[in-house]
Design a protein around this ligand. Structure first.
Ligand code: HEM
Length: 146
């Protein structure tokens, strides 16, 4: 498959991954708010589970595989400067964040009180992690500043 098709696949799937990791914390914020009803909480639990399992996780796996394919098939890429290393470091942080979101969606389903008792500000602050990762990754990949 020509490399440009792999790059297109990489961008499409990275989008699905980032979308899930950006929206997940917002669903957790709604879940913790005191005026949210039990019915709404049940719906938010299903939404987070589907978002993380069926959108973001497949996106992560395919973006990772296509990213590694790009590295293997682009001679000199690893030595082209620090931008790729910074991009990969933030992609790794985003993967860790995704793992945490998976755990949170499990806790939401099995021990909802643990999540309800958290301060909504915790999740608002947490949502800055994928936002920062997305900005750094895209600036590194497009601008290649160093
Ligand atoms: C899973 C880890 C990832 C790996 C191993 C990886 C690897 C790569 C590689 C090797 C390239 C080609 C760079 C070049 O030839 O100039 C690339 C391009 C790119 N990646 Fe990733 N990437 C990963 C995650 C992500 C994520 C999460 C995003 C989105 C937030 C992303 C967005 C991009 C963009 C925008 C490009 C530029 C495409 C272009 O040249 O037009 N990547 N990636």
């Amino acid at each position: 498959m020509p490399l440009l098709w792999i790059k297109a696949l990489h961008l499409i799937t990275a989008l699905a991954w980032v979308l899930g990791d950006l929206y997940g914390p917002k669903l957790l914020v709604y879940f913790t708010q005191p005026d949210t009803t039990p019915d709404q909480r049940a719906m938010l639990t299903t939404q987070l589970k589907r978002l993380v399992l069926f959108v973001a996780t497949p996106g992560l796996v395919i973006a990772l595989l296509s990213g590694v394919t790009l590295i293997i098939n682009t001679p000199g890429l690893m030595g082209s400067g620090g931008w790729l290393h910074v991009k990969l470091m933030f992609a790794l942080i985003l993967m860790g964040f995704h793992g945490y979101l998976l755990l949170e969606s499990k806790t939401m389903a099995e021990q909802p009180d643990v999540i309800i008792n958290r301060n909504p500000r915790y999740y608002k602050l947490l949502s800055k992690v994928p936002e920062l990762c997305m900005v750094v990754i895209i600036v590194m990949a497009i601008v290649k500043p160093f």
